[in-house]
Write a protein that binds this ligand. Structure first.
Ligand code: NAP
Length: 554
């Protein structure tokens, strides 16, 4: 039986504990064997097993043959949010046997610990195991100090407090709590929930002894949990320290955004001590509180905040002001916020790599946020812009504001355009809208679809079939992100690397038929080292007025 002091335990574990689940002993052993190849610290959720007691002998043998590992056993009852249907006594007996089966730590829920007699707790302690007493709140983040005091009274070796974040500010409550208690105890703190994912990354920096992760995507044991590889390879949790600069993408929804993958990859490639998080929120005030208190150095702003953020900015670049939307926040040293619109550069950049825009005739489909970025950016470069939109009044209004023209559907086929840009969601995976144009309408030299899921949209397929060169929405996505990186860091963005990981993630999504289990979380898994193929890479920037006519140049 290993008798390791909590301090010695802390020195041999990493920052990530992998939660292992399985219905059968064989399944748990298989997952444990695969986990320990990359991560030697894991928790076995005995409550997921059909017969937990029967698994313990085999787990003891496994731990004996893997002496460098550190293992937690827990058998959480349904009353504590787990799957174990037995009584407190049954739970206790299983955990005692786990303690005698070479597990180093036992996690006992607070509700169970408070029901047990002191003599039972002493019996568990006498096995030499370290005890975690945990509290999970599946509804809110509240009274962390009160919960702490209840746990502290029982003198465990580790105190684990896991509330649920409903807002980003709930993470602040937890992080401040961890900072206050860190000196005096071995504490573990995480917020569950979509809004709590940032605590899974920043918690260890605030003093949490470690955090929990799923063995692989799809095996999460708590809402908002990420996979171990996501935490270590993408968020680089082992490298975070007080000096780490924090960035993020804010909006609703952002859980499945590819921006954390892309920007964290860029930070890693440029060896910057920075991390980029998904900031899921429905309220702008919630975001602003987080930005000022963490503090967050820069934010990618997505729906629904692109317009609403403007009154909170000290200044914006001239195009953001014209467009009336900002997608990039920069927080200056004095805490003031500056706004930029890199969506414009994400559209204009790829076009200018292929043609000079001055005097070109461009048709923009749509009159929403992305269309506004396209239209004002194009007008700024001297292009002649026509706008076609489902609601003609919106096209007319944008045309008036930008000194462009609104065009009728029937006029499209009769007009030659140098470029047609789709700035509507039509063609996006899961969107039901009917195609806006037919093959005969593509009287153009270039088609740019801003939609990037799927990469090959019906519009792009139709254009390629007619030998019309295309630009994919992936190029816009990478370009707008690359410009954000440059605004925040002052360094050139590693565009090739950013493109590579985004393409890899999108291909994985496509392989899983769009999204897996209704989620595209599979994209968080890091991509193997490989350059983008020539067909996927955009052409290098060059000043030319001629449109390339060869097919598949990107
Ligand atoms: P938005 O502000 O909601 O505007 C949507 C526009 O599309 C509106 O003009 C709307 O017309 C039109 N529309 C919506 N559904 C339609 C349908 N079924 N048929 C015809 N028109 C329809 O959205 P947004 O922010 O501009 O984004 C538009 C698309 O651009 C997104 O879906 C996304 O795929 C893409 N995008 C890509 C990137 C990138 O990095 N690649 C960045 C931003 C956006 P009404 O005026 O009639 O409502």
């Amino acid at each position: 039986m290993p008798t390791l002091s909590p301090q010695l335990l802390r020195s041999r574990i990493g920052k990530v504990c992998v939660a292992i689940t399985g219905k059968t002993t064989a399944e748990v052993l298989e997952k444990a064997a695969s986990t320990v190849k990359e991560n030697t610290f894991f928790e076995v959720r005995l409550d997921y097993l059909d017969k937990p007691l029967l698994a313990l002998d085999a787990l003891k043998t496994f731990l004996a043959s893997n002496p460098n590992t550190t293992a937690i056993a827990t058998c959480r009852r349904t009353a504590s949010g787990g799957k174990f249907a037995g009584t407190v006594t049954d739970e206790f007996n299983i955990l005692c046997k786990a303690a005698l089966s070479s597990f180093h730590l036992i996690d006992l829920p607070l509700e169970s610990a408070e029901e047990l007699k002191p003599a039972s707790m002493d019996k568990l302690r006498d096995t030499g195991v370290s005890i975690i007493i945990s509290h999970h709140d599946f509804a809110v983040t509240k009274d962390l100090d009160g919960i702490y005091d209840r746990i502290h009274r029982l003198s465990p070796d580790f105190i684990k407090i896991v509330p649920t974040a409903k807002t980003l500010a709930d993470n602040l409550t937890l992080l401040h709590f961890l900072e206050r208690k860190n000196e005096s105890s071995n504490i573990i703190g995480i917020c569950m929930g979509e809004s709590g994912t940032i605590s899974r990354v920043l918690g260890v920096r605030a003093g949490s002894a470690f955090t929990f992760a799923a063995a692989t995507v799809g095996e999460e044991t708590a809402p908002g949990q990420m996979s171990a590889r996501t935490l270590t390879d993408i968020y680089r949790i082992d490298e975070l320290d007080a000096a780490t600069k924090v960035y993020g993408v804010a909006g609703n929804p952002v859980r499945h955004s590819l921006s954390p993958l892309m920007l964290n990859t860029a930070f890693r490639r440029e060896t910057l001590n920075s991390v980029y998080l998904a900031l899921q929120t429905t309220k702008l005030n919630d975001l602003l509180k987080l930005v000022h208190e963490i503090p967050i150095q820069g934010v990618s702003i997505t729906m629904p905040f692109k317009q609403d953020i403007l009154p909170y900015l000290e200044r914006t670049d001239p195009l953001s002001a014209k467009i009336g939307a900002c997608n990039t926040l920069l927080r200056a040293q004095d805490g003031k916020l500056y706004g930029f619109n890199t969506d414009v550069m994400g559209i204009i950049g790829p076009l200018e790599r292929r043609l000079k825009l001055e005097g070109r005739r461009v048709l923009v489909l749509g009159a929403g946020g992305a269309a506004r970025a396209a239209v004002f950016g194009l007008r700024d470069k001297g292009a002649e812009v026509s706008i076609l939109n489902r609601t003609p009044e919106n096209a007319q209004k944008l045309a008036r504001q930008s000194h462009s023209k609104a065009i009728k559907r029937e006029a499209v086929a009769k007009t030659h355009f140098d470029v047609i840009i789709n700035a509507t969601p039509v063609g996006m995976t899961g969107h039901k809208g009917a195609p806006l144009l037919e093959a005969g309408d593509l009287n153009t030299s270039l088609v740019f679809d801003l939609v990037y899921t799927p990469m090959e949209t019906p519009l792009l397929r139709m254009a390629r079939q007619r030998n019309i060169p295309v630009i994919t929405g992936v190029e816009m996505f990478v370009q707008q992100g690359a410009r954000q990186f440059e605004i925040w860091t002052g360094k050139p963005a590693p565009e090739e690397e950013m493109l590579r990981v985004v393409l890899h993630a999108l291909k994985q999504q496509d392989n899983f038929g769009g999204t897996r289990n209704g989620s595209n979380e599979v994209v968080e898994e890091p991509a193997p080292e490989k350059k983008a193929t020539a067909a996927e890479r955009p052409p290098a920037i060059k000043k030319t007025s001629a449109i390339k006519t060869s097919k598949g140049s990107h």
